[in-house]
Ligand binder design. Structure first.
Ligand SMILES: CC(C)(COP(=O)(O)OP(=O)(O)OC[C@H]1O[C@@H](n2cnc3c(N)ncnc32)[C@H](O)[C@@H]1OP(=O)(O)O)[C@@H](O)C(=O)NCCC(=O)NCCSC(=O)C[C@H](O)C(=O)O
Ligand SMILES: [Mg+2]
Length: 282
């Protein structure tokens, strides 16, 4: 991962105040939405407003990703052709069922990096071949659509969704793609959000998709390395270097062994810290 994706805020492209406000928000990525957050009567106007906002600029280092309507809808194809000309960093396709959906999009968007919403049962079953697609940059879990299609009841710890979440995450990791967790709908409930962010981070997601600016701070903190993790990483690297200098392949830190593979994780932790510092200083 070359840049942090701790937070990815959805912004309905039909909301001009939100489009403007996003220029000031501490979000690593923006998911400009032309799909579910925009009513059919506003789809075409929202597409034009978004193109204008992106041309105006001011979004700084935030990754600008546009979620279009599915290609089978009456807006999808025109969205894709329009996004290809927008000043953005990626295009997000909803309800991806398999790699053929990505092939179809790739023909319309030039070199733009492609992201896939993982939010259908078929998409989950095909997660490996979707993540293997050469044009794919990352995936975003669509837990609302998944819950709808699976017929699950909502549950505090998301047990009914865990298989789908983990299947998608494993596929993303197998092919080196960014993986973003789904949204937390109760946007005034910070305690619930904190729990879900911690769960997503523990599972291995790079960050969380969000729906309201008030959710940013928690997600940014949860998906950044903690002070303790940074401290441990630094001590592991130092101890392992010392062990290696003595011709040993194992060090011990805090009573636990440290081998080469732990150093890979430790270096990744420090690289993420540096990437966050760079992004926030930009
Ligand atoms: C949920 C909301 C409708 C709430 O909006 P609102 O009532 O306006 O909230 P506030 O009054 O608290 O807003 C305070 C200010 O913050 C701005 N704001 C609000 N939301 C956003 C946002 N997402 N991005 C940027 N700015 C935002 C307001 O404009 C206020 O600013 P100001 O007027 O200057 O004071 C609303 O938050 C919202 O629409 N959120 C996004 C919803 C959305 O995008 N949904 C679709 C994506 S989720 C999804 O589809 C997941 C997936 O597909 C799945 O299947 O799970
Ligand atoms: Mg959805």
């Amino acid at each position: 991962m070359t840049r942090p994706y701790r937070s990815a805020l959805y912004i309905p492209a039909s909301r001009s105040r939100a489009l403007a406000k996003a220029r000031t928000l501490q979000t690593d990525a923006i998911l400009f939405d032309l799909e579910d957050a925009v009513v059919p009567s506003e789809k075409v106007a929202a597409r034009a407003a978004l193109a204008e906002a992106l041309a105006e600029g001011g979004y700084g280092p935030r990754a600008r990703i546009v979620r279009i309507n599915a290609l089978e809808t009456e807006w999808g194809r025109d969205d894709a052709l329009a996004v290809a000309d927008m000043d953005c960093d990626g295009v997000l396709l909803p309800k991806v069922n398999g790699p053929a959906d990505l092939d179809a999009l790739a023909e319309l968007v030039g070199d733009l990096p492609i992201w896939a919403m993982m939010e259908t049962p078929l998409g989950v079953l095909n997660a490996a071949s979707i993540c293997a697609h050469p044009r794919l940059a990352g995936i975003v879990l669509g837990t609302n659509d998944l819950a709808k299609d699976l017929g699950t009841r909502s549950s505090q710890f998301r047990e009914p969704l865990l298989f789908a979440l983990q299947t998608c995450l494993v596929a993303a990791r197998a092919y080196g793609r960014v993986a973003l967790d789904g949204v937390y709908n109760a946007f005034r409930d910070m305690e619930g959000l904190a729990h879900e962010c911690a769960q997503g981070r523990d599972m291995g997601f790079d960050g969380k998709s969000l729906i309201h600016p008030d959710q940013l701070e928690l997600a940014n903190a949860a998906f950044a390395p903690s002070a303790d993790e940074i401290d441990l990483a630094e001590r592991q690297i130092a101890a392992f270097a010392e062990a290696e200098a003595k011709g040993e392949g194992v060090a011990v830190v805090d009573g636990k062994i440290v081998e080469n593979l732990h150093i890979v994780t430790a270096k990744a932790t420090l690289a993420k810290r540096d990437a966050i510092e760079e992004l926030e200083g930009a």
